[in-house]
Design a protein around this ligand. Structure first.
Ligand code: NAD
Length: 287
């Protein structure tokens, strides 16, 4: 039987550790680590994500500031706000919730965030740091994937990892992190030919395609570890909406370990956001 990697519990333990360390930071510096969250418009899913992030910050002793701007906000106004947050010494992390309204150029906005406050790890400076192996802020979901892998694999070095998906948010950064740990990494995507056979050679599979149950049990080598990042909302026969991953986990008893959807990678993403905020606060405080 494959081990089910308990992302929810692992994330809770990480949040507990962060809460202790955030308390120590507050006592040492006489101010708490702080995250500014910027939401533009009224995208319903973004509302939920922002609320969850603010709640988890509160539980971990990280101060959060919410900036809710109308969908009609001009790019210049948003850039002005980011400039102010960049200069504010009491703010250590800045997160602009995506997607932004069409009239705003998301790339310009993300590039305006000070790299040392870029807790999402999307700024080109942090992407560059990740790709050159120097210390920076890295994207939360890929960081969560790596932490989950470390709970079930002692030594990543030399393992063959297949990443499905090449997005800037998940696929590419997780591939770089695996490479940094000296895995042999194959990055695949929608145009990849013969995906099942490529996956059959993998010791580690990270599926981030957003294609429900794309990865079947007979693609998985016995003893492989499967990290399922995919989340798709699907209506079941009972008419209720459920979250479906990229992997047919019920066909993967012969795997060493698999992450469930929901309750696997998802909870790690917010925990890693808190982790990055604390890291940013320490780096800014110590210069
Ligand atoms: P994206 O749409 O930006 O990228 C998807 C990638 O998968 C692309 O590179 C595409 O080429 C590849 N792909 C799509 N269909 C494929 C197929 N049939 N075969 C091979 N490759 C295929 O998506 P994203 O932002 O990287 O997110 C991927 C999935 O992960 C989504 O389901 C998303 O909801 C989920 N996600 C989850 C979390 C989390 O916290 N758990 C965070 C981010 C994204």
């Amino acid at each position: 039987m494959a081990v089910i990697i308990q992302g929810k519990q692992i994330a809770r333990e990480l949040c507990d550790t962060i809460a202790r360390e955030a308390g120590a930071f507050r006592r040492e510096h006489d101010l708490p680590p702080a995250l500014a969250v910027v939401l533009v418009g009224d995208h319903p899913a973004s509302e939920v994500y922002v609320r969850q992030k603010v709640i988890e910050c509160g539980k971990a002793g990280i101060r959060s500031e919410e900036y809710r701007l109308p969908g009609s906000t001009q790019q210049a106004e948003l850039l002005e706000l980011i400039g102010r947050l960049n200069r504010d010494d009491r703010v250590h992390g800045i997160l602009v919730q995506l997607p932004l309204p069409d009239a705003i150029d998301a790339v310009s906005v993300l590039d305006a965030i000070a790299p040392d406050k870029d807790v999402d790890g999307f700024h080109p400076v942090n992407v560059g740091r990740l790709s050159t192996g120097s210390d920076g802020l890295v994207p939360c979901t890929p960081l969560g994937c790596m932490m989950l892998l470390d709970t079930v694999i002692d030594e990543l070095r030399g393992k063959h990892a297949v990443v499905i998906g090449k997005s800037n948010i998940v696929g590419k950064p997780v591939a770089l992190m695996l490479l940094e740990r000296e895995c042999t990494v194959t990055v695949t995507h929608i145009a990849t030919q013969g995906l099942p056979d490529i996956v059959r050679g993998a010791d580690i599979v990270v599926a981030a395609a957003g294609a429900p149950r794309l990865v079947r049990g007979d693609w998985i080598k016995p003893g492989a570890v499967v990290i399922d990042v995919g989340i798709t909302r699907q209506k079941g026969p009972d008419g209720r909406t459920r979250l479906v991953g990229d992997c047919a986990a019920h066909e993967m008893d012969h795997a060493a370990a698999v992450t469930p959807v929901p309750g696997g990678v998802g909870p790690m993403t917010i925990a890693c956001l808190l982790n990055n905020t604390l890291k940013a606060a320490r780096r800014l405080a110590h210069g």
